[in-house]
Design a protein around this ligand. Structure first.
Ligand code: GRF
Length: 191
């Protein structure tokens, strides 16, 4: 399974996927890491591991993912032979034409037990709602926000005295196990 990873931030999920491949628990290869943020640590991590990187030019838009930029992204991923696109902390909403270029081949990790708490700062949403547990979800990306079919989920307890930061850190620990496992599950189901 040839992977392309898109991220805007630290890249801890990309690191976990890389580590699982290195450890032999995930039969895959990361062909390309792309970011919309030239300063994102995910790019630095990728370079350190000798993985090809690229910058997505969103033409000055802060949150929008312009169609032209999506087209360029799709072309880069296709040229690298990518079979599965993994969003890992990528902060823009993927739409057409990128979705159409990789039908049922784009997945995302989200820090809640979807369909609960889609959108931003899901750990804070869970704390505010007063639920006993939250978690993380890997799902196929469709045209909605955090709405596609679920591949794998992991529950994370909310402990007495949890702050937004402590809960987020516990969810991220779970994410680092869940994302490689979800990719392996998808690869196995697709032969
Ligand atoms: C993760 O918490 C993920 O759930 C969310 O963005 C964060 C990315 O972290 N979508 P990292 O860049 O993989 O460290």
């Amino acid at each position: 399974m040839v992977l392309g990873i898109l991220g805007s931030g630290s890249g801890s999920n990309m690191q976990a996927i890389f580590d699982a491949i290195t450890a032999g628990t995930l039969a895959a290869r990361i062909a390309l890491v792309l970011s919309d943020n030239p300063d994102a640590f995910i790019l630095e991590r990728a370079r350190r591991h000798g993985i090809a990187t690229g910058l997505i030019d969103c033409h000055g838009f802060k949150t929008k993912f312009p169609a032209e930029a999506q087209q360029e992204t799709a072309a880069c991923l296709q040229a690298a032979g990518v079979e599965l696109v993994c969003l890992a902390g990528f902060l823009r909403l993927v739409k057409q034409p990128l979705l159409g270029a990789f039908p049922k081949q784009i997945i995302n990790i989200h820090p809640s037990l979807l369909p609960a708490f889609p959108g931003l700062e899901s750990w804070q949403q869970a704390l505010t709602a007063g639920v006993a547990e939250t978690g993380c979800t890997v799902h196929l990306v469709d045209a909605g926000m955090d709405t596609g079919p679920i591949i794998l989920q992991q529950a994370v307890p909310i402990l007495p005295g949890d702050s937004a930061a402590s809960l987020h850190a516990r969810i991220q620990e779970a994410e680092r196990r869940l994302y490689p496992a979800a990719i392996a599950k998808l690869a196995a189901s697709r032969g």
